[in-house]
Design a protein. Structure first.
Length: 543
């Protein structure tokens, strides 16, 4: 139970993100069936496949909702001793039960043949939406609750009509003939052009009520996450505009190639959309910026001062100079319920040293990766440089070892806390998961670069790990003892997360559109993103 209590925040954010994503996909699937599949009069086989996909999304949402509600019940009852009778009457429990029941109703009615059961899905879908709004920030506000609930519902509907419906478009494009696929793509484009303004307008309205000022936008965790969502929205819109251009009428032979590009761009859009949903889930764990006083916000002067470049710290204080670690039994409740771990100037210098060396490794690897994309293979000197630059993933093996050894000096191998027992701290768990992912990524990508592994699926490991790492980093936080220092560290993490997600999906497009101009451009974008990650890490500071 102690481990569950400690990791509750991280688990709840991940489950919340998964629930939001599955809600959007379920509602988007219903919208796709009603406004695209039925009017287009799809073949019965394709129609059944689409319906089964909606059923799968609804049932998966049901399982996630049950898991999230059960986790909250376990923490409240087992950790705080709240009686089960009181929990059963709590708003979150009732909303979770209503949401799960609505998802079950959707799954039952969608699989029934005919148009009438499909129309009857609309009330169940609205019940799912109402349950989600009931546990949002909007329902807990005292002022303007009705308007905020309406804006939140509109925001969810816009997300469902755009991002949630897109997986069904990809499924239809893969199974339908080119002429039918083009008709569906155009109908989806119309639905997206309605959903995107709804999403944006609702987001602007929510930001006005929850942020309230420019200082709240750049000076709070809530505002920074909103800016992160805005960046991903703009990137997705750029991809969507490219798809819109490709939908113009063309000859049959050219139309097939355009549909392939639409499919690939949409895959990247979905990935960025899921990252934005994770940022939205992280927002639910943050107090709205408008509720924070001036003392809880960063000033523009503090941010500008922190952004001023300083020489990287390439030497660290001795291990004996760090604050002595508490036992795990004492550290667990202190980190969960206290203000953070004990930290002094030496501890901060140790952390900065780690980040700066990590930045040097990432910068060197990214520079070699860019060199491998801008040189040609062969027997000339340029070809030898190309062959050497292809070994860039090996540098990340050194980064993985560095993270494992240096990231948590109070734990094995440098500190007294045992290796396995220290996993009870989520920051240690996250660091070691990153080390494991980096090791796997470096090994796979090196083999792919050297053409020792020719399977296309192996090449996808890098973009997926890179994009997933960037997304999960949005949930990572540092306990530095000072709210302002924590916020400044989160600014760095958010920038790295966005660059990582962009790099991952750029690499995805490079792989998915071989031999095209888009692939060549994407092959230069992701190394540049990693170079920027290295620069951000080199300027990382905690004081």
């Amino acid at each position: 139970m102690a481990w569950l209590l400690k990791d509750f925040d991280l688990l709840s954010i991940l489950l919340r993100a998964l629930a939001l994503a599955l809600e959007a996909v379920t509602l988007g699937g219903i919208a796709f069936l009603l406004f695209i599949a039925v009017p287009t009069q799809l073949e019965p086989v394709l129609n059944r496949r689409l319906r089964r996909a909606v059923v799968t999304a609804a049932l998966t949402f049901l399982a996630v909702q049950v898991a999230a509600t059960g986790l909250s019940v376990a923490v409240l009852h087992g950790g705080s001793g709240v009686p089960l009778g009181e929990i059963a009457s709590a708003g979150f429990f009732l909303a979770g039960c209503a949401s799960a029941a609505s998802a079950l109703a959707v799954a039952y009615m969608v699989q029934a043949p005919g148009r009438i059961p499909l129309l009857l899905c609309a009330p169940a879908a609205l019940a799912m939406l109402a349950s989600a709004v009931a546990v949002s920030h909007a329902a807990s506000r005292l002022d303007g609750r009705l308007a905020l609930c309406a804006l939140t519902a509109a925001h969810h509907l816009g997300t469902a009509g755009w991002i949630g419906a897109m997986p069904f478009l990809l499924l239809a494009l893969r199974l339908a003939d080119p002429a039918e696929a083009a008709r569906m793509a155009r109908r989806y484009s119309v639905m997206a052009m309605v959903s995107v303004p709804l999403l944006v307008a609702a987001g602007i309205g929510l930001s006005y009520f929850y942020i309230g000022s420019w200082a709240g936008l750049y000076g709070t965790s809530y505002g920074v996450l909103v800016m992160a969502k805005t960046y991903m929205l703009l990137t997705m819109l750029a991809l969507g505009m490219s798809n819109q251009r490709l939908l113009r009428p063309r000859p049959a032979d050219a139309q097939t190639g355009c549909l392939l590009r639409i499919h690939r761009f949409s895959e990247a859009e979905i990935g960025l959309g899921l990252t934005a949903i994770l940022a939205a889930a992280s927002l639910t764990s943050q107090p709205p910026a408008i509720d924070l006083g001036a003392q809880d916000r960063l000033s523009a002067h503090e941010i500008v001062q922190r952004l001023q470049w300083e020489a990287p710290r390439l030497s660290s204080p001795p291990l004996s100079a760090l604050a002595p670690p508490n036992s795990l039994e004492a550290a667990l409740p202190q980190q969960q319920f206290g203000s953070g771990s004990v930290s002094d100037a030496n501890d901060r210098a140790w952390s900065e040293y780690n980040h700066h060396w990590a930045g040097l490794i990432v910068l060197a690897a990214a520079a070699l990766a860019l060199l491998s994309r801008t040189t040609s293979p062969g027997r000339t000197a340029v070809g030898r440089v190309h062959a050497f630059a292809q070994n860039w993933p090996l540098l990340f093996l050194g980064l993985a070892v560095f993270i494992l050894v240096r990231a948590d000096p109070e734990n094995w191998p440098l500190g007294p806390r045992p290796f396995w027992a220290s996993f009870s701290r989520p920051d240690v768990l996250e660091h070691r998961l990153y080390a494991l992912l980096i090791t796997a990524f470096a090994s796979f990508e090196w083999a792919v670069e050297r053409r020792w592994i020719r399977s296309p699926r192996a090449a996808y490991f890098f973009p997926l790990v890179c994009a997933a790492g960037g997304a999960v980093l949005l949930t990572h936080s540092h306990a530095l003892g000072s709210a302002h220092d924590e916020m400044l560290a989160e600014l760095t993490h958010t920038a790295i997360a966005l660059l990582g997600a962009t790099a991952g999906w750029s690499r995805w497009l490079e792989l998915r559109l071989p031999g095209t101009r888009e692939s060549r451009w994407a092959g230069r974008v992701w190394p540049i993103c990693l170079i920027l990650v290295g620069i951000v890490l080199l300027d990382y500071r905690e004081s």
